[in-house]
Design a protein around this ligand. Sequence first.
Ligand code: GLN
Length: 461
Amino acid sequence: MSRALEAARATARRLEAAAPLNAVLHWSAAELEAEARRADAQAPAGALYGVPIAVKDNIVTTEAPTTCASRILEGFVSPFEATATRRLRAAGALIAAKTNLDEFAMGSSTEHSAFGRVHHPLDPALVPGGSSGGSAALVAAGVVPAALGSETGGSVRQPAAFCGVVGVKPGYGRVSRAGLVAFGSSLDCISAFGRTVADAAAVLAAMSGHDPDDATTIPEPPLAPPVARADLRGLVIGLPREYLPGDLDAGVRAGVDRAVEAMRGLGATIREVSLPHARYAVPTYYVIAPAEAASNLARYDGARYGVRRLGPAGDLASLYRTTRGEGFGLEVRRRILVGTYVLSAGYYDAYYRKAQQVRALIADDFRRVFAAGTDLLFTPTTPTTAFRAGANTADPVAMYLADVFVCAASLAGIPAMSLPIGRAEGLPVGGQLIAPERGESLMLAAAGALEAALDGTAEVR
Ligand code: GLN
């Protein structure tokens, strides 16, 4: 039996055993074996030969349905393949499963899925984070070594932190969005999860690079896998004081302190810096992302994709109203309403235009700090460890605040990642590295050095 076929069969067994997590929306043993045969037919074998990779179900593949965890896309199978998954397959990877998510990637806990919530692999009462919670949980549970997620405002870094795995958001335009179902088009980035920095970096490298099917991709060849470094000598790491508030969760604080000591031990110069507009990141994100979502989601009208409900009056307006009313979940409807409101005449200047102005200030904060000699920034990824299911569902603002440390880098379009830096009361704590534009390689190399110097699973309190 080929190595790819062996990997396919072992993955199928693990997927079966992982069913209680509810992390998967679609997989089949037969498709996995077909993937292995396809990889075996490639010569020479690619860099990811036989590596099973799970894919968030808002990235289109032609063999499987794509649901975005929404009723409105029930039965939809894409006629074309995403550039990212096409490139992973070309590198020999096996697309193993389509993973559960918050509906249309809107959420921070994977509780807003039309197909039920995803359970945290360490404790089923907890959430895995979101919106790429299914991918994060599968990697954390050891079902696959790597997975794809998508980031609009933290949806890979935040679940990576909650689940104790690595999550890497590249800079905007580094990976093609062709085949990623649009949420906030100026923010969306296909991103990678891995058990290790090297695994996530290899996946990112394989899918990166210019793509004629996405005019916003950076006109550069694919990223080279980062050159490993043994230390951080010569690097200045900035700690933004706005990301280390006095009331930060004690376990998260202990993890950050230990990671900072480790970076110092590796020879980095640690410097306090300031990003004065950081506190506006969440409100800015929650104007811009819903505005773009309201526009992008207008295409689900009952006529073009998936579900079609004619409605009582039998006319066009009734078709739209009934299909959208029944097809979209509560959080998606909330985003469409907010987005439509902030774009409407009379409110556009007060909300949408203002948010765009503040977005520019947030990006300037980063530019200024990097221009002044800071190579990378280090922050906690999340304000707390994984929370209990139901804890934030009644209060959308409480849920949105789970993104307080991750959405600024999304608004600025710069690379950022989370890696495990320890555990507090048994639960993973994530540390975030943020890099300047086109700084993916430096960021990944520094993360690799930190990962090697720290036991990411050790108790920190
Ligand atoms: N949690 C954020 C939201 O709900 C981010 C989502 C994402 O990055 N896809 O919009």
